[in-house]
Design a protein around this ligand. Structure first.
Ligand SMILES: Nc1ncnc2c1ncn2[C@@H]1O[C@H](COP(=O)(O)OP(=O)(O)O)[C@@H](O)[C@H]1O
Ligand SMILES: N[C@@H](CCC(=O)OP(=O)(O)O)C(=O)O
Length: 262
């Protein structure tokens, strides 16, 4: 089934913030335009966004992410508000309402919290509002210490995709596709159109982030793809620099890398 009615879109720090560390305002605006037009044409859209810390680094004129967890948490607190103000401004231009949902992983292990969260998200869908999800970094240390490969927004987006019964997940990053090797390091790396199974070869091709701002690199995206496929869904990885590519994905065109079981 190639329907894309209920869609989770995940955008990485590497898309929200340029390589030189500055907030990429045009891309946030183009993303808001694309998602608003999809919502208006009857799709149900949920956006998982990274970038709270990346945005705060720019606000605070810091060149790189500090190592200390409390400093990262403070940055997340500063940046999350600003990130939402960017989205509010951009979506408002397209007359699209949004709602902020901050999650921690324990929500998925707690029946009552999960039910409350899902009720709120379903209510937003029924009111044509786009929920915007990020991990609640201020209280979720597991993500920020990078010790747990599952504690990242790629994985969070994959879990949300399953929990809300979405048709698929679209991941926006700073690469055009999954490559046979990190394309920023290996000039001979080839883009891969379709993955039906995460093999050892594919796993070995994926390394961490070299952008300096993103956290998980390709490894966490593969883990997300594997999770989505195991749950019978599909995931597409595309370049976030051109959010209009989302429309091509939904139209069934071959763009980026499709992760879908056979
Ligand atoms: N096989 C691969 N194909 C594509 N990108 C790869 C691969 N292996 C590692 N990468 C790295 O993953 C990065 C994207 O991950 P990341 O920086 O965490 O982005 P995001 O902020 O979008 O989550 C790319 O910029 C690239 O450096
Ligand atoms: N929650 C963090 C993002 C963590 C994360 O997974 O980042 P990325 O690898 O850019 O998707 C933030 O908002 O800064």
């Amino acid at each position: 089934m190639n329907s894309w009615h209920r869609i989770v879109v995940k955008v990485g720090t590497s898309t929200i913030v340029n390589r030189d560390g500055q907030i990429n305002y045009p891309v946030v605006n183009r993303l808001a335009q694309t998602l608003s037009s999809l919502q208006k044409s009857g799709h149900e859209i949920l956006l998982v966004t990274s970038g709270a810390i990346g945005v705060a680094l720019d606000q605070m004129n810091l060149e790189k992410r500090p190592q200390e967890i409390p400093q990262q948490q403070a940055l997340a607190a500063i940046g999350q508000g600003y990130l939402m103000s960017l989205y509010n401004q951009s979506f408002a231009f397209y007359q699209q309402l949004i709602g902020q949902v901050l999650l921690t992983y324990d929500v998925f292990d707690n029946k009552a919290m999960l039910e409350n969260t899902m009720n709120a998200i379903e209510m937003m869908f029924s009111q044509h509002i786009i929920p915007i999800v990020n991990e609640n970094d201020v209280i979720a240390v597991d993500e920020l210490d990078h010790q747990h490969s599952f504690g990242d927004n790629d994985r969070l987006a994959a879990i949300v995709t399953r929990e809300i019964g979405a048709d698929g997940l679209i991941i926006l990053s700073d690469v055009d596709a999954l490559y046979t090797a990190n394309p920023n390091i290996d000039e001979f790396a080839q883009a891969i159109d379709k993955v039906t199974k995460i093999t050892d070869d594919i796993r070995m091709s994926a390394t961490g982030s070299t952008s300096g701002l993103g956290t998980g690199g390709m490894s966490t995206k593969l883990a997300a793809g594997e999770f989505v496929m195991k749950n019978g869904g599909k995931m597409v990885l595309i370049n976030g620099n051109n959010p209009a590519l989302i429309l091509e994905v939904i139209a069934g065109k071959t763009v980026g890398t499709l992760f879908q079981g056979e």
